[in-house]
Design a protein around this ligand. Structure first.
Ligand SMILES: Nc1ncnc2c1ncn2[C@@H]1O[C@H](COP(=O)(O)OP(=O)(O)OP(=O)(O)O)[C@@H](O)[C@H]1O
Length: 284
């Protein structure tokens, strides 16, 4: 397992807005659909290419298949038809050539009996990484999420936002190239959520992490994403796609800008349309 690479200097260019340059797409979803065993059609056939280095957000009304699509990307479930490719190969080659992904759920799912450093170390222990090497990787990941002073705390001694930071640090220790996040900040208050969003966007930028993010928040989607996929339900499908064209890494200035407000307004209109019964029937 590779050690965590320190963050690279921050570059204000927007080169990585949506494209991955010469890199192959991180994920290709090729007419993948999902019908559950009870007959529910969770996803109609989806075609989507996720570029290397992009920050892609899935948003849409409840039941439109956001989590199902994320689970397909994570290979936690298989498509009923169609297929997915990861870095142009099948899932069997994920983990080779330094290509890894990590999943962050809405619940931080920490081990309550273990201190912060032990929680963060878990993936390295499972991968049999030597103790000394693991210790430095863990320390760096904890520092990266701003929790160095809390290394020896137990989860019960941390706030919700701090627990989520631990969960992100735990995802980072495997040095993933693809980060999958299912409403990670949905349970947090708005102030904490804004702070974590700002930290996440900087982390994404510095680490060149391809990220697929699920949220219900319009503001969060616009602030974080290079591209937003708006989905509609019955069956789950892509309704519209919005590219957010704003300099990176985003900061409070962007959040307060007229451009940000305009994107939020437009996305809000699209979401309202995606929630109409006509959208579900595909007539919008
Ligand atoms: N294991 C399952 N078995 C049967 N149906 C399922 C299963 N998982 C999801 N579904 C159905 O598939 C559809 C899409 O669900 P999914 O959880 O992906 O939506 P979502 O957009 O993530 O919803 P939410 O925003 O409420 O979390 C829904 O109709 C849901 O009830």
């Amino acid at each position: 397992m590779n050690a965590i690479v320190p963050g690279e200097p921050i570059n204000e260019s927007t080169d990585r807005m949506t494209a991955g340059g010469d890199q192959p797409p991180a994920v290709e979803i090729l007419s993948a659909e999902k019908v559950f065993t009870n007959g529910t059609r969770g996803l109609a056939p989806i075609d989507l290419s996720i570029a290397d280095g992009e920050f892609l957000t899935l948003i849409g009304p409840s039941g439109c298949g956001k989590s199902t699509l994320l689970k397909l990307i994570a290979n936690l479930i298989e498509p009923s038809d169609g297929r997915l490719l990861w870095w142009r190969g099948d899932f069997g080659q994920v983990g080779q050539d330094g290509r890894r992904f990590a999943f962050v759920f809405q619940e931080p799912t920490l081990m309550p009996w273990a201190r912060v450093d032990a929680n963060v170390r878990l993936p390295l222990e499972l991968a049999n990484v030597a103790k000394e090497k693991a210790a430095s990787i863990v320390a760096e990941a904890i520092e990266r999420v701003g929790l160095s002073k809390f290394t020896r705390h137990f989860p019960r001694q941390l706030s919700g936002g701090m627990k989520m930071r631990v969960s992100i640090a735990r995802a980072l220790v495997t040095n993933p190239n693809l980060l999958l996040m299912d409403e990670p900040f949905g349970a947090l208050d708005e102030f904490t959520r804004n702070k974590l969003d700002a930290d996440l966007v900087r982390l994404w930028w510095e680490r060149k992490l391809t990220t697929v993010f699920v949220t219900h928040s319009i503001y969060e989607a616009v602030f974080l994403s290079t591209r937003i996929i708006v989905m509609a339900a019955n069956p789950g499908r892509i309704f519209r796609t919005m590219t957010i064209d704003a300099p990176q890494p985003r900061d409070e200035e962007f959040r307060g800008s007229a451009k940000f407000a305009a994107y939020c307004r437009e996305l809000s209109t699209w979401l309202a349309e995606a929630s109409l019964p006509q959208a579900s029937r595909g007539v919008l």
